[in-house]
Design a protein around this ligand. Structure first.
Ligand code: NAD
Ligand code: MG
Length: 391
């Protein structure tokens, strides 16, 4: 029997890797909904290739383009935020959440209501709404499987082990574009330099987030929320080869490490096939050729984003929503040339301080509405902080 699946954010990097895996075994899947943004030709091509029931663009002004692109195919089309939610309401057995940003949260929450599996790539969901999304999954009997190399690695290293014996979790980081730079040079790092990643081929934003470790700081928060670790159990270790993705240290001193190729199709495929393990078209590692694994300390001095992540984890509540919004605003400012590479953490810190002084933000429970309010508030504070720095 074929599995009903939907892919939200199909036109992105994770979405396209998911399509690659689905296309290799088309008869196993019944594709319900695909969503994208402004890349309508890609969205339409995927909808046709995967024989989807419906294609949805997140943007109202793209509806006519999508309709034209799908004319005569019999595939339904729709546009806008409500259409995304309606598409997520269509029952599935497996749903990929790979929209980027806070826009991915609400469709993911809806998809959990079917009680199937949510393959979660969208980082903002767990960082801004961890307890909310985990409670919804429990309420509807849904399974969430992580789609990030580190979290998939943690998941795999925990299988069959007693949870109460977990002592610590080591999340590895490549160290990004500047791992070999002297600390004093980082303030002069350019956009072009920050946009090239030594190991992974990803979009510009996540590549810069890797160099600044904001990506890793998001991942430590995700790990806490998803696996219910305490913040002081989570360590970040620089591992330039990006082949050990995470390790779990147990009470007897033993560690379970997950080693795999730097290819997101491993984590996506694991989530697609779990609890089975099936063939995946990824590189087989040749350790004799790799030669050695290196490790380095990830110090807060060089990577202030890691310290901020610990503060966010300690604060809890709506702080994660403020953190993601502030981080994105700081990243926008760096990309626009409005701040230096090392200024991003200072901007985020200032926004978090402004939020903690703001009563409207502090009184709210963790609801979708309050997350949106915090997101807007953090964006406003970030705009103020950035313009004060430019002035
Ligand atoms: P991407 O930018 O390549 O693709 C994002 C997708 O979201 C596209 O389909 C785009 O059309 C859609 N989208 C953009 N804005 C939207 C909006 N406002 N409303 C609805 N849809 C919108 O991103 P990606 O690299 O595929 O990452 C997707 C998510 O997975 C992110 O949260 C990212 O942090 C996370 N992630 C990515 C990687 C990776 O290797 N690329 C690894 C781990 C986690
Ligand atoms: Mg990762």
């Amino acid at each position: 029997m074929s599995r009903r699946i939907s892919i939200f954010g199909v036109t992105g990097s994770i979405g396209q890797s998911t399509v690659d895996l689905i296309k290799r075994d088309m008869q196993a899947y019944d594709v319900i909904a695909l969503s994208g943004g402004r890349n309508i030709s890609q969205l339409a091509r995927d909808a046709i290739d995967l024989k989807a029931d419906i294609a949805v663009t997140a943007f109202d002004d793209q509806l006519d383009n999508l309709r034209d692109a799908l004319a005569g195919t019999g595939i339904e089309c729709a546009a806008g935020t409500q259409a995304l939610l309606d598409a997520a309401d269509r029952p599935t057995d497996w749903c990929m959440s790979a929209i980027v940003g806070l826009a991915g949260l609400a469709p993911g929450l809806r998809a959990l209501r079917h009680g199937g599996t949510l393959a979660l790539a969208n980082k903002e969901s767990l960082v801004s709404a961890g307890p909310l999304i985990m409670a919804e999954a429990a309420k509807y009997g849904a399974t969430i499987l992580p789609v990030d190399s580190e979290h998939s690695a943690i998941f795999q290293a925990l299988i069959g082990e007693p949870r109460d014996a977990v002592e610590r979790v080591i999340i590895t980081a490549s160290g990004g574009a500047f791992r070999d730079w002297p600390l004093e040079n980082l303030k002069d790092a350019t956009l072009k330099q920050a946009s090239s990643h030594p190991n992974w081929d990803m979009g510009q934003r996540i590549t810069i987030d890797s160099a600044s470790m904001f990506n890793k700081s998001m991942e430590t928060i995700e790990a806490k929320e998803f696996f219910d670790f305490s913040p002081d159990q989570i360590e970040v270790l620089i591992h330039p080869q990006s082949m050990i993705h995470a390790m779990i240290g147990y009470a007897d001193g033993g560690l379970m490490a997950h080693v795999g190729p730097a290819d997101m199709r491993h984590a996506i495929g694991f989530a697609l096939h779990w609890p089975e393990r099936k063939y995946l078209p990824v590189e087989r590692l040749d350790f004799a050729r790799i030669g050695q694994f290196e490790f380095r300390d990830a110090c807060d001095h060089r990577y202030p984003a890691l310290r901020l992540a610990r503060e966010v984890m300690q604060a809890g509540g709506l702080t994660g929503a403020g953190f993601t919004a502030a981080k994105d605003a700081a990243l926008d400012a760096f990309i626009a040339g409005h701040c230096g590479f090392m200024d991003m953490a200072g901007i985020v810190e200032d926004v978090l301080s402004a939020l903690s002084r703001n009563n409207e933000h502090n009184m709210g429970d963790l609801t979708l509405e309050n997350i949106r309010v915090t997101d807007q508030l953090a964006q406003k504070f970030a705009a103020d902080v950035i313009s004060a720095r430019i002035a």
